[in-house]
Design a protein around this ligand. Structure first.
Ligand code: PLP
Ligand SMILES: N[C@H](C=O)CCC(=O)O
Length: 436
């Protein structure tokens, strides 16, 4: 029985006086689902516990990083041991080299990697590198893909920007926006035309390994290879943003799953084991353009932070174990199919997608394969579904345009509980739709 949201409501009211919108990242505000955020007290395994004493099965997992579950014993033990040796030195450590080696072993396309503090820093720095390396200015991104909040990339962006109705943010200077070309995802013909027209000016094409920021939308067969061939033909770099898909859809990322060789890869989330981190890497010839090896400047006071490196190493050691990704994919299949069946039984149209341990359910009768088709979803109905699931004790991403994530800690009981909750929630959505 849900205990209500009293204390969360009070904390949110207080936070709104001190922090814009009461949150430190817009998606957390639950704005698109007609609710107020629950404030979290603690987390363990697959569960979040809120300040009112409610327990939720968590499919957000801090927006992806907590793939081994919250407060994982091995990650926590490594961190406890590390913290007494100091929390930041601003000087090199062996830990950075150890994590770098793990990343390079997992990504055959990377010869070198640079650590930063967030996914935003990784993609922003990767663009500068691509521009500096090619001597060109334009970049191509996809409608509905989100790569963090750097100016060049906040154009027709997904995630919170899309959910909150500001996919192209005010404050991005027009001369920067003019250098970003946007394209529809999963449409190779349109991309060919873009390159025919502007190919000689394009420094890079950036794509999410598996887009998750307009909901999870798998690439069509051969699409990524088509982009790889096209970028090579025109001398543009292919940047795979695997901040979300890295170590989520495979050990490595989407490029390992689909056998694609990008020029630059961006990482974040899982590789920090729940601590702030990002990384970007690629071929030696490109990476050695970065200072101090080369002239392209990029720096960071806390980059390579020993705690983030420690947590990342512990996390990858867990994920390396045989069977990890098979287990994650099987749990995801089970719950996604269960949710889809629950929607069908209630007469709610649901288009279900998944890749590895990422999944989405779009409330629409359409086939979802790009931004335009994702936008056919009934976001009001999604809000009703989200609120009903929350009351049942299941914490989903608070937008139709976000992906769900599975962890190693979710038990069979948790998955069955989730499906039973979805059966109740979709019946409520159907009643609401019938009552329209
Ligand atoms: C694909 C992708 N790229 C980049 C980012 C930006 O990462 P961060 O939020 O760590 O800045 C995110 C998430 O926010 C993401 O999902
Ligand atoms: N969809 C975003 C990243 O993947 C959500 C994280 C955020 O913006 O706070």
């Amino acid at each position: 029985m849900h205990k209500g949201y009293q204390r969360s409501e009070a904390l949110f009211a207080e936070a709104k006086q001190l922090i814009p919108g009461g949150v430190n990242s817009p998606v957390r505000a639950f704005k698109a689902v007609g609710a107020n955020p629950v404030f979290i007290d603690r987390a363990e395994g697959p569960y979040l516990y809120d300040v009112d004493g409610n327990r939720y099965i968590d499919y957000v997992l801090s927006w992806g990083p907590m793939i081994a579950g919250h407060a994982n014993e091995e990650v926590s033990a490594a961190l406890k041991e590390a913290i007494d040796r100091g929390t930041s030195y601003g000087a090199p450590t062996e830990l950075e080299t150890r994590l770098a080696q793990l990343l390079l072993d997992a990504f055959p396309a990377m010869d070198m990697v640079r650590m930063v503090n967030s996914g935003t820093e990784a993609t922003m720095s990767a663009l500068r590198l691509a521009r500096g390396y090619t001597g060109r200015n334009k970049i191509v991104k996809f409608e509905g893909c989100y790569h963090g909040h750097a100016d060049s990339l906040l154009i027709k962006a997904g995630s919170g920007a899309l959910t909150l109705g500001v996919p192209t943010s005010p404050g991005v200077p027009s001369n920067i926006a003019n250098n970003t070309i946007t394209a529809p995802y999963n449409d190779l013909e349109t991309m060919k035309k873009i390159f025919e027209e502007a190919g000689d000016d394009i420094a890079a094409l950036i794509i999410e390994g598996v887009p998750g920021n307009m909901g999870c939308i798998p690439p069509k067969e051969g699409y990524l290879q088509g982009l790889r061939d096209l970028t090579r033909q025109y001398g543009a770099l292919l940047i795979m943003d695997e901040v979300m898909s890295g170590f989520r859809v495979a050990y490595g990322g989407a490029q390992v799953l689909y056998d694609i060789e990008p020029d630059i890869t961006c990482l974040g989330k899982i590789i920090g084991g729940g601590l702030p981190v990002g990384a970007y890497g690629g071929k030696k010839e490109i990476m050695e353009m970065i200072a101090p090896a080369g002239p392209i400047y990029q720096a960071g006071t806390l980059s390579g932070n020993p705690l983030a490196m420690t947590a990342g190493i512990a996390m990858l050691e867990i994920l390396k174990r045989p069977g990890t990704y098979e287990t994650l994919a099987e749990k995801t299949r089970y719950v996604a199919e269960g949710i889809a069946a629950a929607a069908k039984d209630a007469g709610v149209p649901l288009y279900s997608t998944r890749v590895g341990s990422m999944f989405s359910g779009f409330i629409t009768t359409e086939t979802v394969e790009d931004f335009a088709s994702a936008c056919t979803s009934d976001t009001e109905a999604f809000g009703a579904y989200f609120r009903a699931m929350l009351e049942e004790g299941v914490y989903l991403a608070c937008s139709q345009f976000e992906a769900g994530f599975m962890s190693l800690a979710h038990s069979q009981e948790d998955l069955d509980f989730t499906i039973a909750a979805a059966q109740k929630a979709f019946r409520k959505v159907a009643e609401r739709n019938g009552g329209k």
